[in-house]
Design a protein. Structure first.
Length: 140
């Protein structure tokens, strides 16, 4: 039952990404082009995600999920090396490709070979991140 709800939630998320235009790389790059042909419409998409999530965190306090397990804890508000390096890398990849992890998966069925190359590189980066992080921070 839990996997069914996970599948439904993922499908709803993917549909939302598609409908909002987050899988359109030109729309995303237009959002990032602040000094050129800036497209502010993705601000509404972000607000449409951030605002409900704010209330969702409040509703889950001291509660348990119906299907078992625990709700994830809110992220640590501490700004450190991990957050800064990760944010910079995410931003560079997002700006260059116009995709981030969720939309890249949602666009695999129609993104052509470029979408698959991006997805493969993203997965490789996720796999390599842990050993690279251990090595980099061990020498620091």
């Amino acid at each position: 039952m839990r996997n069914l709800f996970a599948l439904l939630a993922g499908a709803l998320f993917g549909a939302g990404l598609f409908i909002s235009g987050m899988t359109d790389t030109t729309k995303v790059q237009g959002w990032l082009d602040v000094f050129g042909a800036w497209d502010p419409t993705l601000a509404f998409v972000m607000g449409g995600a951030i605002i409900p999530m704010f209330f969702a965190w409040r509703l889950t306090e001291r509660r348990k999920p119906v299907l078992g397990g625990d709700f994830p804890t809110p992220p640590e508000p501490k700004i450190g090396k991990n957050l800064i390096v990760g944010s910079v890398m995410f931003g560079i990849g997002w700006g260059m490709a116009g995709l981030c992890p969720g939309p890249s998966m949602a666009s695999l069925s129609y993104g052509g070979i470029g979408g698959w190359v991006f997805f493969a590189a993203m997965v490789a980066g996720m796999i390599l991140a842990v050993p690279v992080k251990k090595r980099v921070f061990a020498t620091a």
